[in-house]
Design a binder for this molecule. Structure first.
Ligand code: SF4
Length: 128
């Protein structure tokens, strides 16, 4: 993605990942409207508007586990989150841990910076 500002007009190139064609889209905006071009279908326009206005990503993490057969469990955000939240959320998760056992799909944290974090694998309790 690249930005180009000319006074109050802004242009951004966006690679569409909504399908395997991977079209290069262009978003041009001024004070009044955002114009999308380069899309081969309506999905591309929707994708580019989302990326331009509020880009989001589904993010995966490793979360530390206390007393588990594995020291970490893989996890992800329940929904795609704003790109601006990825770094603060990653830093916060480095300081946190959960108790074993952990089931796949379990909510590990209900609202970290307003986001739900769920496990994507299971960790048994450590055998004594
Ligand atoms: S614009 Fe349409 S055809 Fe092109 S990559 Fe996006 S979804 Fe696929």
């Amino acid at each position: 993605m690249s930005d180009c500002e000319r006074g109050e007009e802004t242009m951004k190139e966006i690679k569409c990942t909504a399908c395997e064609r991977g079209c290069t889209l262009r978003a041009d905006s001024d004070l009044y409207e955002i114009t999308i071009s380069g899309n081969k279908c309506p999905r591309g326009k929707e994708y580019a508007l989302g990326e331009y206005i509020n880009p989001t990503r589904e993010v995966t993490f490793n979360v530390r586990v206390r007393g588990g057969s594995s020291p970490v469990v893989s996890a992800k955000t329940a929904y795609p989150i704003a790109v601006t939240k990825i770094l603060p959320l990653s830093r916060l998760l480095l300081k946190l841990s959960v108790d074993a056992p952990v089931a796949e799909g379990q909510t590990l944290f209900a609202s970290l910076l307003g986001e739900r974090i769920v496990s994507t694998s299971a960790v048994e309790k450590e055998a004594l």
